[in-house]
Design a protein around this ligand. Structure first.
Ligand code: NIG
Ligand code: FE
Length: 409
């Protein structure tokens, strides 16, 4: 694309720019504002009356413009379907027991084994395109259903293959190195963990197939000692760390995230005061996943204590076929406000600027000159209407790095 400067004008431009934020206006909004951008980058943000006369303006009238949403925790590269298991769980079946019996994550693993890399990439691209239509312009995508090294590599190569496709959000790939033990590794978990830490992590780093390494630290999952091995291997290979922590029990995952200098600790339904203090000291982001805890009928994480400790709060979809059967980050925001007590402003920052920060991306998440032109025009009267009403993502236009990836009137 080789376009000159153009502008989009809305009755409300919600910048999320810290330089514009104030106590009374934490999102730094501009009434009758406009963003001028060319090719991939924002050139100016301000009152519509400041746009130079020669710049063509797309006037979207009474709409709201926000930064593109950043979904910082997804398992979007999945295949198959877990609808049968869902019905069993809704009738009282237990998520962890289903996994122990060889279902759950292991059922998605079998679907990955049966899916060719190209077909997996096609499925992922379609899913990401639907997510873009809901307002997502950057999406973290984890592996973690391959489980065997060559299948994890296949999942990561499928993720890499979609990044250049048009209409797809920008993708941040994560190697979820420890998610579940394959059935035939149950007899020798030490060898499985060793291979993940000593072979898979370095190989993925060499091939530049992931920016982060993740591990599921929980009862019935992996221990702190096991996760530390892959976390240290990640750091040694120059990769960042994100951890699934305290979804079912507090086994010390938050403290491990702090020790490893992780970018994020995710879930946190079960975390101690000591763990929260460790996250705050180490500047680890908390990634809240309200759809997962709703689906599992769990109590929310201690959001007030995390907030009081100064831990930065991110909200993500956790999109996956088991605990978070959705592709909708806006739905996660609505539930974060309804069930977790986030303010609408916290939810919006937690899915824009703070979410980008958790992914180490300082070129997006707020609207300011020099930032990537990732923007959403919402057919809504106010940005708080993104979290209420629910379930209808009223995006009018979505731009990803200046390219229009979704338009619906
Ligand atoms: O974030 N619980 C760990 N991992 C995912 C769920 C994976 C699945 O059930 O497929 C989560 O909740
Ligand atoms: Fe997850």
């Amino acid at each position: 694309m080789n376009e000159g400067p153009r502008a989009v004008r809305c009755q409300r431009v919600v910048t999320c720019d810290p330089a514009r934020a104030s106590a009374g206006d934490p999102l730094g909004s501009i009434a009758d504002g406009a963003v001028v951008f060319d090719e991939t980058t924002i050139r100016s943000v301000g009152p519509a009356s400041d746009v130079p006369r020669e710049v063509p303006v797309l006037d979207l009238g009474a709409r709201v413009l926000t930064p593109g949403l950043v979904d910082a925790h997804t398992h979007a590269a999945w295949a198959g379907s877990r609808h049968a298991e869902y019905a069993v769980r809704m009738a009282g079946g237990d998520y962890e027991a289903i996994l122990a019996a060889g279902g759950g994550i292991l059922s998605s693993h079998r679907a990955i084994v049966q899916t060719a890399q190209g077909a997996l990439a096609d499925t992922l691209a379609l899913r990401l395109t639907r997510m873009a239509a809901l307002g997502v312009t950057t999406c973290e995508v984890k592996s973690g259903y391959g489980l065997l090294p060559h299948e994890e590599l296949k999942q990561l190569r499928a993720i890499a293959a979609v990044t250049s496709r048009p209409g797809v959000p920008s993708v941040v790939p994560t190697l979820l190195a420890l998610h579940a033990l394959p059935l035939d590794a149950r007899a020798n978990r030490e060898a499985y963990v060793r291979k993940a830490a000593e072979q898979l992590v370095p190989e993925v780093a060499r091939a530049r197939l992931a920016a982060y390494v993740d591990a599921y630290v929980d009862r019935n999952a992996f221990t702190v000692e096991e996760a530390r091995r892959v976390g240290e291997a990640a750091r040694a290979a120059g990769l960042g760390v994100r951890l699934h922590v305290g979804q079912f029990a507090d086994v010390g995952g938050a403290e491990l995230a702090a020790e490893l200098g992780a970018a994020s600790a995710d879930h946190l339904e079960n975390v101690s005061e000591v763990g929260i203090a460790a996250l705050a000291d180490a500047r680890v982001h908390a990634v809240l996943l309200p759809i997962a805890s709703l689906t599992l009928q769990q109590a929310p994480p201690p959001v007030a204590a995390l907030r009081a400790a100064g831990v930065r709060l991110v909200v993500a979809s956790d999109a996956n076929p088991g605990t978070a059967p959705t592709e909708s980050l806006p739905l996660a925001l609505a539930i974060a406000v309804r069930l977790y007590g986030l303010t609408p402003d916290e939810a919006i920052l937690g899915s824009t600027r703070v979410a980008a920060s958790s992914l180490g991306l300082d070129d997006r998440g707020f609207l300011a000159p020099g930032q990537r032109a990732d923007m959403v025009a919402w057919d809504l009267p106010h940005e708080h209407a993104i979290v209420q009403p629910w379930g209808t993502s009223r995006t009018s236009r979505v731009w990803c790095a200046g390219a229009l990836v979704h338009s619906s009137g």
